[in-house]
Design a protein around this ligand. Structure first.
Ligand code: HPA
Ligand code: ZN
Length: 325
């Protein structure tokens, strides 16, 4: 019997925990912390979701995320996402978070990670959902700052932090700026991913593979412009974590009929479907699957293949992957 998209067991691999902050929760958290957001109400915050590109989104994302102050805030944020993800049959999640955004407001790394880890532990207990954390560096800040945060991460030695990533403003901040940071992460046994080819050209993807030794590409939309890169991704089994509704809302691919997802899959690239920042982009993971199915006319079997791929290319231990198949 065909299972609905929301019931397919799947992994979510491109999800910024700060991007799951729904306006109502942002206001609740701001209120209890005595912080005033520069919007009068959750509706007014929602009205600011009129994005024209990545930067116009990031401006709102960092302001709303400014409400987060305590371990409880990080717990409540992650828990709200995990509950929602469970309804979409997410059985494994690798949550991105932006430590630098919070450290800059005086919150300690162990407070951020403590709150997020507590929520992951509850999800493990409640639904047998597995999960881990990927700390993303803000590419528009100096590499030396990222290196300092990486040293703190290594020192903290949290079993939940399995990798590092690179996000925020892309154009003008090429991956090679972070070569030494990612070399240190590699040496410390951390997995490596990077946003690349969202707004910047395919050359950023190539550079991230070469200079950062990344194992997955976040977005990777512009891979479609280089047959050579497509061949390399397919040959080396490097997966793309794509986010169709995000690409639509940020005008990366304003019309989803032009999204390269199908062409990439047809050429043998491993692609996963994810929600990126679901509070801002109008849909959680199953909505992203549904959008792809509708636009590309996927069969149930093809949709199920995306879910299987997400488990295969996750950083879950092999025994966990075997359980989820
Ligand atoms: N791109 C870059 N940085 C981000 C994103 C994104 O899609 N979401 C949150 N930070
Ligand atoms: Zn992202």
């Amino acid at each position: 019997m065909a299972r609905t998209l929301a019931a397919l067991p799947k992994a979510e691999l491109h999800i910024h925990v700060e991007g799951t902050l729904e306006p109502d929760l942002a206001f609740e958290i701001a209120q209890r912390n005595g912080i005033s957001l520069p919007y009068r109400s959750p509706d007014e915050l929602r009205d600011a979701y009129d994005f024209v590109d990545l930067q116009s989104f990031l401006d709102v994302y960092f302001v709303a995320g400014g409400a987060l102050r305590t371990p409880r805030d990080f717990h409540d944020l992650a828990w709200a996402y995990l509950e929602r993800a469970h309804r979409d049959a997410v059985a494994h999640v690798e949550l991105f978070f932006d430590p630098q955004a919070h450290l800059a407001r005086g919150i300690a790394l162990d407070e951020i990670v403590g709150g997020l880890s507590a929520a992951l532990a509850e999800a493990r207990e409640t639904w047998d959902m597995s999960g881990s954390l990927i700390a993303c560096f803000l590419r528009d800040r100096p590499a030396a700052d990222a290196m300092a945060v990486l040293e703190e991460i290594i020192e903290l030695d949290s079993p939940d932090i399995v990798g590092v990533g690179l996000d925020s403003t892309e154009v003008g901040y090429p991956p090679a700026l972070f070569r030494d940071v990612f070399a240190r992460a590699f040496e410390a046994g951390l997995h490596r991913v990077s946003h690349a080819g969202e707004e910047a050209p395919h050359t950023y993807i190539v550079e991230a593979l070469d200079a950062l030794r990344i194992e997955r590409v976040d977005h990777g939309v512009r891979a479609i412009d280089s047959p050579e890169l497509i061949e390399r991704l397919a040959r080396d089994g490097v997966a793309l974590t794509m986010c169709p509704l995000s690409n639509k809302r940020l005008h990366v691919t304003p019309d989803l009929r032009d999204h390269p997802i199908r062409a990439l899959v047809d050429q043998g690239v491993k692609v996963t479907i994810n929600s990126d920042d679901p509070s801002y982009f109008g849909g959680y993971i199953a909505d992203n699957y549904a959008a792809v199915r509708e636009v590309l006319g996927l069969t149930d079997d093809e949709a199920a293949q995306f879910a299987r791929t997400s488990i295969d290319v996750s950083f879950a231990p092999p025994v966990r992957k075997a359980q989820l198949h």
